[in-house]
Design a protein around this ligand. Sequence first.
Ligand SMILES: NC(=O)c1ccc[n+]([C@@H]2O[C@H](COP(=O)([O-])OP(=O)(O)OC[C@H]3O[C@@H](n4cnc5c(N)ncnc54)[C@H](OP(=O)(O)O)[C@@H]3O)[C@@H](O)[C@H]2O)c1
Length: 309
Amino acid sequence: MKKVLIIGANGMLGQELANIFKSDSEYKVTAWDFNKIDITDETQVKEKISKLNPEIIINSAAYNAVDLCEKDKAEFAKAKMLNGKAPGYLAKIAKKLDATFVHYSTDYVFSGMPEIPEPAGCAGSCSSCSLHEGFVPQLGFDENAIPEPVQNYGKTKLMGEDAVQRNGEKYYIIRLSKLFGKPAKSKTAKKSFFDVMLEVGKKNKEVKVVDEETSCFTYAPDLAKKTKEIIESEKPYGIFHVSNADACTWYEAVVELYKMTKIKTKVIPVSSDEFPRPAARPYVSSLINTKLNPLRSYKLALREYLKNK
Ligand SMILES: NC(=O)c1ccc[n+]([C@@H]2O[C@H](COP(=O)([O-])OP(=O)(O)OC[C@H]3O[C@@H](n4cnc5c(N)ncnc54)[C@H](OP(=O)(O)O)[C@@H]3O)[C@@H](O)[C@H]2O)c1
């Protein structure tokens, strides 16, 4: 039986990780949240985790208030501790215990301006060679793309990636985007985008939604399952991109949501300038996965989520 420690276990992703590992009798699961361990305290991290001596450590705890840490210095400092420093403490203890370490990051480490790929065989930046005919480039960032965050949250998550790489050995850094699923158990839990838009749709005849910020939704149970698969298939350590297929804008996702739920509210596409927020968002931040079998479309995952709600 393998001992697995899940940190941030009351969070949206953490609760699904706990479910998936608990449902397999091969694992002895310890699920900790903030009330059991404060991962920003290195002494606690060393002592508590050494005592438990797990073979696998999964960290889904994070600071996720993107706008708050943009406008408030104290919040930015908190985000730097939790997202930037603490993953390094965990990677270090995992290395000492020879444990596999899994950490999560975000599409917001990218700038939002992906390079436009040429079709295979094209020798340069042309649009006249026949190789371009019918070629639809996949826009986004693969695992090797250079991160260049455009807001504080992304900067702190990139600090965390660097800390894991500097201090760890057997680690998987899994980047995801636009997480959705059952609301987290924790008191401070945010509702996911689809739940918010369902409420808005039921109360309004029309709704304006940003038709920008293209990226892929990630269904928490799908990501939890994929995490287990990555560990069990002993993939080479490194960075992975895991999100559901079918990148879309917020507007496109709401159109799909209302179609599925037969909500008649009119959805109006608008630019992000209509909803100014403190933190800049990447225009396109789709995560391109070149290492794993792809996840299903977010549309199928969303259908399942709505059915089980
Ligand atoms: N949500 C998204 O759309 C999104 C997008 C891209 C990437 N991600 C990444 O995906 C991962 C999972 O995110 P999530 O949305 O599931 O997070 P979440 O729901 O906000 O859960 C985070 C959990 O971490 C706990 N926590 C906070 N501070 C802690 C500390 N000092 N020590 C130990 N635990 C602490 C929280 O407990 P309390 O509630 O008690 O504070 C909470 O249960 C994170 O790495 C996140 O950055 C998320």
